[in-house]
Design a protein around this ligand. Structure first.
Ligand SMILES: Cc1cc2nc3c(=O)[nH]c(=O)nc-3n(C[C@H](O)[C@H](O)[C@H](O)COP(=O)(O)OP(=O)(O)OC[C@H]3O[C@@H](n4cnc5c(N)ncnc54)[C@H](O)[C@@H]3O)c2cc1C
Length: 394
């Protein structure tokens, strides 16, 4: 049997162990620092309410990934729901993504319309007539110069103008990333592209599959199923890494593996020899309220785009359908005490690449921290694991 080491037992690590199990012929060891598998996706309980660390609902454009998970953890599709953003200066809740129908209700409606026309006109002027003739009217209306931007602030101002940027994006993003200036962010491939003012339906994700496990314990059964055949070391950290030789020390024992699937920050595997990779973390506050529901029926989250310390509140019952006369909400507060969000900064991504370049054949680095990419969600971790399995097969 070939041997595999999976570093980290979050969703990515469990999904990788699962793929090896399905493939067969692997003797898999999973090493997880926490005393449980699943990391923030594991269900916790407060006041009798199940919840996870942040919403963690399953959102994917890929039906095959949804069907895969649904086979092991039966899922319930979420009803159409919209996200709201609270803008304290306006004392109003608006739809998010920014919705065209909300603009007339904003205090600076005329100015915003002028700014939107200006970003659109300047983009049209850049096109030659041939290209313009080939575009649909909707494409032309949504044209902007976002693709020319070199930083996050320019990207948004070129997309939606200064006023909408200040209202929805500026403070939120600085709070989210714990930075003074949004120009520091120069990778915005994860940000909505092109159409940043939404028209039509108000459902937040009208083309993606949005779902949550039916079971009271959420995704937890998956972590067990996925690692059934693996040797799982909980509350354990690898003490020495020799990645070029695929050799590590686990519980004082030196072991060499045929392959390694890493899901933790790659700098840890190389004693940070190219420097530390920065992240932003989160604190989560749980609050039970003495009402059956706190948010309107079709609202699962609310974002807060101003000076509030928190970025988002979530009402868990909307996903879990837990029945109780009370409701649980959480407040998410960005902090530097944990490491959840890789920074979307090109120089940091280049630093991460130096670590990837040091990894020999047979070492895969996947998942959110493992790939050092902010926009890796639960569905992506499953996709990464499937790709590793396909790679091993070929
Ligand atoms: C607040 C928040 C809300 C989110 N909401 C959603 C959502 O609604 N929908 C969605 O699809 N995605 C969401 N995500 C993203 C998604 O949940 C994650 O991208 C995904 O779960 C990442 O899984 P992972 O295994 O790559 O990383 P992690 O979950 O970070 O797992 C890494 C594991 O490695 C372990 N570890 C770390 N260091 C070591 C070490 N030295 N030795 C051994 N083990 C170690 C950790 O304890 C952890 O268990 C959210 C993320 C956050 C932070």
């Amino acid at each position: 049997m070939k041997t595999a080491l999976v570093i980290g037992g979050g969703f990515a690590g469990c999904a990788a162990a699962h793929q090896l199990q399905l493939q067969g012929g692997w003797d898999t060891t999973v090493v997880e620092a926490a005393p449980f598998l699943g990391a923030g996706v594991r269900t916790q309980y407060y006041g009798g309410h199940p919840y996870t660390f942040g919403p963690r609902h399953f959102l994917t454009p890929w039906p095959h990934v949804y069907e895969f998970l649904n086979t092991y953890v039966p899922m319930r599709r979420c009803a159409d729901h919209q996200f709201l953003t609270y803008v304290s200066d306006d004392e109003q809740f608006y739809g998010y993504p920014i919705h065209a129908d909300d603009i007339p209700t904003m205090p600076e409606a005329n100015q915003i319309e002028n700014e939107l026309s200006a970003v659109n006109m300047s983009a049209i002027q850049r096109l030659d007539n041939q290209k313009l003739a080939e575009m649909t009217r909707k494409d032309v209306r949504n044209l902007n110069n976002a693709s020319l931007a070199t930083n996050f602030e320019d990207f948004w101002i070129n997309s939606i103008g200064e006023t909408l940027y200040r209202k929805f994006v500026d403070k939120y993003s600085r709070k989210m990333w714990q930075i003074d200036d949004n120009k520091q962010i120069d990778d915005f491939t994860w940000s909505p592209k092109g159409v940043t003012v939404k028209e039509g339906g108000r459902a937040a994700w009208d083309t993606a599959i949005s779902a949550y496990p039916i079971a009271f314990n959420g995704y937890d059964d998956y972590f067990k199923i996925a690692t059934e055949d693996a040797k799982v070391h909980l509350a354990t950290r690898i003490t020495d890494y020799d990645i070029p030789n695929k050799t590590v020390v686990i519980d004082g024992e030196k072991r060499t593996f045929d392959i390694i699937v890493n899901t933790i920050s790659p700098d840890h595997l190389f004693e940070q020899c190219h420097g530390e990779l920065p992240y932003v973390g989160r604190d989560l506050h749980t609050i039970v309220l003495p009402v059956e529901f706190a948010l309107p029926e079709d609202v699962y989250f609310i974002y807060f785009a101003g000076d509030e310390k928190f970025t988002r509140i979530t009402e868990y019952k909307k996903f879990t359908l837990h029945k109780a006369p009370t409701t649980l909400i959480t407040l998410e507060i960005p902090s530097m005490t944990s490491k959840y969000y890789p920074m979307p900064i090109e120089s940091e991504k280049a630093k991460a690449q130096k670590y990837f370049d040091e990894m020999p054949d047979g070492v895969f680095s996947v998942g959110r921290a493992g790939s050092y990419l902010y926009n890796v969600d639960i569905d992506d971790t499953l996709d990464h694991a499937m790709k590793v399995a396909a790679d091993l097969k070929s």
